[in-house]
Design a binder for this molecule. Structure first.
Ligand code: HEM
Length: 375
């Protein structure tokens, strides 16, 4: 097993600009070892190989069961069959008006003039409200969830296993309370529906935890990234105001350029070769999404915004059997949120007073995004 590091994913210059660090590594050391992440893969073709080779690479990366993320076939296939219908086209159609109302409420709460931190005032409340509406959770849990996610990201960056275990316990307590209430008084919501499946309470909690992370972590980051992009590229903002039908491909392309989810993990099951390197059974592998999506060999002129390009190779929602089951919900939310913001305002601009602050790994997007909303 290799022990000398090729890079430090937690070095200040890497944390400061993850995208630039990825581009550098892709060019100079595309298969790079670090004690923190194991083998990081920066090339699109290497990431794709891992995603589609389940004999060699496993998703069972932790001793804690994670449904369905931390599973391999055939168990994984069983759970995906059970869970994918929760994100079906019919479910999305049913949810769209609810989502639209949430976006409108978040927009109404923004001040009509002056500066506002878009993350705090729109992106986070939007993601929290959608999470509660989608699962049928009471609004009171929003603040608890917000704090929980922040602490969890801190613990992951610090590699603090004790804190991670404590936070998993906190989330469990919160969801156990909701499940107990739904058992007593079933509702017409997805949490009650999960209780009616052949699933243990531990499995349901794990499923809801993964949905929560997808929603609160990734959607909130994505909404911030999109609005920042539109503030910086005013010509794109104007075009999308005139042509809202172009929103869907534009969103996929902006999030290819600026990843809202930075990485995912695998474990090597049997010795294998990637590039010049031999990986042994038990080695950890990290898929660097932001880097794969900027790979020039797959996306010509990869740093340019070209919404018309073929998005087939875009790794935004992953690829293969673990590809994001929440993608239909994510696409719906992002389209609705942007449409509502563009329809309900005249202009979105970056603040002249304060700079945006980027979030640090493992979080993506912005920690703070001061903007001016012109109603
Ligand atoms: C912009 C928003 C989102 C992005 C960019 C995103 C991206 C991804 C990616 C890249 C994967 C593949 C991970 C891997 O191969 O290891 C994934 C998996 C997953 N996502 Fe998302 N996601 C988003 C939103 C959501 C939402 C809203 C939910 C649920 C409500 C969700 C639930 C999941 C789950 C459960 C998995 C694991 C699937 C499996 O292992 O079979 N995601 N997501």
């Amino acid at each position: 097993m290799k022990t000398s590091p090729d890079w430090d994913p937690r070095a200040p210059e890497v944390l400061q600009d993850h995208g630039a660090a990825c581009s550098h590594m892709r060019g100079h050391c595309p298969v790079a070892y670090s004690p923190y992440l194991g083998w990081s893969l920066f090339r699109h073709q290497d990431i794709q190989r891992v995603l589609h080779d389940h004999e060699t690479f496993s998703n069972v990366v932790s001793t804690h069961p994670a449904v369905p993320n931390g599973m391999d076939p055939p168990l994984h296939t069983h759970y995906r069959r059970l869970l994918d219908p929760y994100f079906s086209a019919t479910e999305m159609e049913r949810f769209e008006p609810v989502c639209r109302e949430i976006a409108a409420t978040c927009l109404r709460s923004l001040p009509g003039q002056g500066e506002v931190d878009f993350c705090e005032s729109f992106a986070e409340p939007f993601a929290l409200s959608v999470q509660c509406a989608f699962t049928g959770w009471p609004g009171e849990v929003k603040e608890r969830l917000r704090q929980w996610l922040k602490n969890q990201q801190k613990a992951t960056l610090a590699g603090d296993r004790e804190a991670t275990a404590r936070l998993a316990g906190e989330f469990e307590d919160c969801v156990r309370g909701i499940l107990a209430a739904r058992r007593l008084q079933p509702q017409a919501d997805l949490t009650t529906r999960l209780l009616q499946e052949t699933l243990s309470e531990t499995e349901i909690i794990s499923i809801l935890r993964n949905w929560t992370v997808g929603e609160l972590g990734t959607i909130a980051a994505a909404v911030g990234i999109l609005v920042h992009y539109l503030c910086v590229h005013r010509e794109v903002q104007s075009r999308l105001r005139r042509q809202p039908a172009e929103l869907a491909p534009a969103i996929e392309e902006i999030l290819r350029l600026e990843a809202p989810l930075l990485s995912n993990r695998r474990l090597v099951k049997q010795a294998t070769q990637i590039g010049q390197h031999r990986l042994e059974a038990g080695d950890r592998v990290t898929l660097m999404w932001a880097s794969g999506n900027r790979d020039e060999t797959v996306f010509p002129d990869s740093a340019s915004f070209r919404p018309e390009r073929d998005q087939e190779q875009n790794l935004l929602y992953g690829s293969g059997i673990h590809a994001c089951p929440g993608a239909p919900l994510a696409r719906l939310e992002l389209r609705v949120a942007l449409q509502c913001l563009l329809e309900g305002t005249r202009e979105l601009e970056l603040s002249q007073q304060r700079e945006p602050v980027r979030a640090t790994y493992p979080a993506a997007g912005f920690a703070s995004l001061p903007i001016v909303v012109k109603a």
